[in-house]
Design a protein around this ligand. Structure first.
Ligand code: CA2
Length: 149
């Protein structure tokens, strides 16, 4: 693994509402609490994280473009853009970095429009349905992927 390997953790639209509404679907943790848990796991793994959230597709695309040179891997919960955004898929493809996709909920137990994700087509792996724990598992997986680089 590169020394101080850096992982961008991207969160898409409405994930800033975590812990505020729909705890039965998305859990009761806030996004700040999720970031703190990721920070703790990253430190234990020897990773540096850059944890971000945006409601704007263009901003997410811009951050992925920057990641190409600034980060070693990307963990992404693109929220609803997972199911709609070819722009984000293109940016993730151009980044040429290992990508792990995370969803808090099990998108396959939900409405059919959530069953397809453009992000999945470029992701090395997908974790869904395990709530906030999925982010920690994604960090574990990213550490072992970067170890092999
Ligand atoms: O399960 C996930 O992590 C999702 O990416 C969450 C997205 C949804 O559009 C995807 O299909 C699956 C929605 C995020 C909305 O987050 C909220 C959090 C609290 C209250 C309301 C919405």
């Amino acid at each position: 693994m590169p020394i101080d390997a850096s992982v961008l953790i991207l969160n898409g639209p409405n994930l800033n509402m975590l812990g505020v509404r729909e705890p039965a679907v998305y859990g009761s943790q806030t996004l700040d609490e999720l970031e703190a848990a990721c920070q703790e796991r990253a430190e234990a793994l020897g990773l540096v994280i850059d944890f971000r959230q945006s409601n704007s597709e263009g901003e997410l695309v811009g951050w992925v473009q920057q990641a190409r040179t600034a980060n070693d891997g990307i963990i992404v919960n693109a929220g609803a853009y997972s199911h709609t955004s070819i722009a984000l898929l293109d940016a993730l493809t151009l980044a040429e970095l290992p990508v792990i996709e995370v969803h808090l909920s099990n998108i396959f137990r939900r409405e059919s429009f959530r069953h397809h994700s453009y992000v999945s087509t470029v992701a090395k792996g997908v974790i869904c349905g395990l709530g906030a724990h999925g982010y920690l598992l994604a960090l574990d997986a990213m550490a072992s992927i970067l170890d092999q680089v």
